[in-house]
Ligand binder design. Sequence first.
Ligand code: DGJ
Length: 725
Amino acid sequence: MPLISHSPDTGTWLLNTRGTSYALRIDETGAPCHVAWGPRLTLRETEELGSPSGPPASSFEGRPPVGEELPVDSGTRYGPPSLQVRYADGSRAFEWQPTRHEVLAPSPGTAELVLEFRDRLYPLEVALHYHVREDSDVIERRTVLRNAGDQHLTLLRADSAAWTLPPLPDYRLSHVTGQWSAESQLHRDRLPHGETVLTSRRGLTSHHVNPWVMLDSGEATEHHGRVWSTALAWSGSWRITVQRTPDGRSSVTGGAGHEGVPVPLAPGEEFTTPVFAGLCTDGGFGAAGRAWHSYIRAHVMPRAREIAPVLYNSWEATGFDVDQAGQKALAERAAALGVELFVVDDGWFGGRRSDTAGLGDWVPAPDRFPEGLGPLARAVHELGMRFGVWVEPEMVNPDSDLYRAHPDWVLHVPGRQRTELRNQLVLNFARQDVADWAHGWLTRLVANHGIDFLKWDMNRSFGEAGWPGQPDGADRLWTRYVTNLYDVIDRLRADHPDLRIETCSGGGGRIDLGILTRTDQAWVSDNTDAVDRLSIHHGFTQLYPARAMSAWVTDVPNQMTGRSVPLRFRFHVAMSGLLGIGGDLAQWSEEELAEGAALVAEYKKVRHLVQHGSLYRLSAPPPGDAPTVVQYAADDADEVLILAWQRGPRHGCPRLPVRLAALPPGARYRDSRTGVVHHSTVLTEYGLRLDLPAGDWASTAVHLTRVPEDLPRRQHSRHGEHGDL
Ligand code: DGJ
């Protein structure tokens, strides 16, 4: 089946993904209308679905509020508009007039449909883009708007796309909300009638809600049922509106910016929205997650096929108290544990001895690094590790040389207060001179100090968001800030192809498909309590892959929660993502160092499964008596990793075997713990005994490898294109 086909007679377009179809048609008025999104259809079947609906049921109904590809604010439409425009003469509305279409093939195995329109009266052009691939069910949509006239106009709302769901007896909404240090808490609730708005007004993606939604009929489970999901690739303010109408329909519209932030379009100017991607899957929330993971690893993250190194980060160990001798001592202990990347966190530059001063002065502090970072970088490299540092390029402390020299570089409104959060102000990255300054010192820092890795942090939301001196600055900065941020990172990566970057915003404040397009991993939360992390990881991996999920083993009692759990449990939790260590190794006993080294070595044997395999959530995190269990399986199912964590078991609570997922019948697997060989059918139908030790906070890692004589004959590489470290 072709990826994109067309019936000129009925104006129908059919898009085929790996296993689904998406169809739309241009109706009699010229408007692009939704037809279908679900299992595979032929063009003929699609045309049957596309027959026009009847006349409005009463004089109070206009065009149905659900069912257009990009509902506009026009005529008798009363739903939430995806596109709302105001022209120079103050009038509004958009009437669709198709102008042309084309089908592109951006790369082998992909196709892009572009449908172009203009308003019937005013010179505004709108192009709808749909990008599909043979190897994925994700459809990427975006919209390009162009002012083809000679007068200014304003986009009061310019969403990327609207997604229409089929009629269902009921709708349920899944999404994650949270706050600093409690990100990614999963909610799965009946979709209310009316409009449900998920948004960030903070200038960044936010800890508080992440820009994705999943919808189902209310009957999907982890392993069964159809799920429609959408995710926005944008790292600034955003808004997604999920609608449920009285006639039992549902749709999702989403894009950059929050309410009240218009996009000005000067004559000849173009605005390209971020991608709003959509996915329809059968097989429950588990299958939806796995499809997103594969797509993000293959088509979003730049280097996800590499195996990520085991990292050490100094933040919880030394805070702002970093110097050459102390970091070198930590690095020696980290190397002995098997760490492969050593990262010096905050505190290495300028007058930064606490969070009150120094941000913006990006030169190594002479009292702590008298010869710069070079000697430490060399020592780390000689220990066989890569070297990374923390940066927060978008911020400035008022107590800094940078601010004293450039007080006008921050977001501000003349005459108004400049409100500080964490004693810092936001540099206006929308200004090209500020973005160029950041690129300049970053590229010199990386080149001159042998830096392999940046942890790129961003520790406050916008405030007094003005851009004095720039016409429409207060409107334009919300998008220009983000596109300039992307541009700085893209230029930096182009300058230094071996540089790897971790996205961080006080933990998980800026994680989305936009930032993941140009970063290699994400620091998902400042909360390193292993127990709290179970639910954070559960929410995070609903959409994002473990390949992006940084997790550290830190000390107990945990600095944030005061909870103490065994080192082994902490390791097993961090091993479910990209293993890192953040404890004060100077304080670790010989026994802890030996146990840590053994667990790092164990992780290295299985990390290709965590980072590149398929995730099956066999049992969700507490509350409840059952252990939390996840399975990572190689794509060919030759190897499987089971990680399980149990809070103190209640006396009398049955200890049930865990049924594994997706193993081929007739195969046999050897259990790394015991050497016992299990039949796959026994593992999937009757289950594996976890044999968790007694006592509080028990955990286990079970590595199952397929018995060689059962393996089909084939050749393959396990470790991705760049091989093992
Ligand atoms: C917030 C980050 O999330 C932490 O890990 C640490 O890097 C601090 N910032 C440093 O200020």
